[in-house]
Design a protein around this ligand. Structure first.
Ligand code: HEM
Length: 308
């Protein structure tokens, strides 16, 4: 288990530490080649470019539609009633399919299994959900399926976590309300303390040293992203939620050759969605206690509030 920022960042950037999944039965892990990883990453970014352009073009309409669906002065579950249906629509539009709720449920099964990687029943459900969902996408685009799942699940998960953080820190929320232009910094701080991924998994393809510790070939490494994001040697006053934090090199999107290729669109959508919602209410009551879920990914199933 690796939690120091410098060690987590070093492993993420080290191609001898290969991404893996829990329960993988592969006996031998080979190191990845730098040029192969770079090329794969560039191809992914390229495939995503067109999808991002479609989202950016449709965003003003999507935000107007979301604003119409915000309920004021009565209980509203921001995760289930607003964010998930909205992100499903954005995902379906971006990928050129119909936003059927059934497709959202299939994506949810896959997301939940990633959040609980040690639960074999959830993994089995996710395997069949993946097969069923994949049938809706053009196989010519290698990241269409992954993009749909990320937009329909990781994105609302993050925005829900972010609002929960803001609601728990009313003085920071008021500051943001007075200065919506802080949105880029707010989103980064929410990614640091409320980013969904808590653990990334890697496997050592050879003996190697991380800090003062010798890692043996084939050993599994658990990278504790959320702990690295609170490392006091990198983040001043790390447990404080500070929406004007300047030096914020969090690891929520990973780092290096496997870093999230969706980071740009996550930032863009989250900033605009947050500014839009912020403009609609003055005060908020969180009317149900928050129940955090997940092990490798942290999420809220519900965020029930009254916006006034
Ligand atoms: C807040 C939402 C999201 C978070 C926190 C997140 C975070 C991550 C993380 C931590 C990784 C793995 C990095 C590693 O293994 O080192 C990853 C990979 C990836 N993400 Fe995201 N992601 C999010 C949303 C998205 C979205 C919306 C998309 C697509 C539009 C996306 C596309 C991808 C892809 C394609 C990869 C695989 C990259 C590779 O294997 O080289 N992600 N993401």
């Amino acid at each position: 288990m690796i939690s120091r920022y410098s060690d987590v960042a070093a492993v993420l950037g080290d191609l001898r530490c290969v991404p893996t999944i829990i329960g993988s039965t592969v006996a031998e892990i080979l190191p990845e080649r730098d040029d192969v990883v770079r090329c794969r990453h560039a191809q992914m970014k390229n495939s995503l470019g067109e999808i991002i352009a479609v989202i950016e073009e449709g965003m003003p309409r999507f935000l107007a539609n979301a604003a119409q669906n915000v309920i004021l002065n009565e209980p509203c579950d921001l995760v289930q009633d607003l964010l998930k249906p909205w992100c499903l629509k954005v995902a379906a539009y971006a990928l050129g399919i119909t936003p059927e709720p059934h497709l959202g449920s299939l994506a949810d099964h896959i997301f939940t299994a990633s959040a609980f990687p040690y639960n074999p029943e959830l993994q089995a459900i996710a395997s069949s959900a993946t097969v069923e969902l994949a049938a809706h996408f053009d196989t010519a685009n290698p990241i269409a399926l992954q993009t749909f799942i990320a937009l329909a699940t990781s994105l609302p998960c993050f925005i829900g976590n972010a609002w929960a953080l803001l609601f728990n820190h009313p003085e920071q929320l008021r500051r943001f309300q007075k200065m919506p232009q802080l949105a880029p910094l707010v989103v980064e701080e929410c990614l640091r303390l409320g980013g969904p991924p808590c653990i990334q998994f890697r496997r050592a393809s050879c003996d190697l040293d991380i800090g003062a510790v010798r890692i043996r070939r084939n050993e599994k490494l658990l990278l504790m992203l959320q702990l690295a994001n609170r490392d006091p040697s990198v983040f001043a006053d790390p447990d404080t939620f500070d929406i004007v934090r300047i030096n914020n090199p969090h690891l929520t999107f990973g780092k290096g050759g496997h870093a999230c290729v969706g980071a740009q669109i996550v930032r863009s959508i989250s900033r605009r969605m947050m500014i839009m919602l912020l403009s609609l209410f003055k005060t908020v009551d969180v009317i149900e206690p928050l129940q955090w879920q997940g092990l490798a990914i942290r999420f809220l199933d519900h965020l029930t509030v009254v916006l006034k």
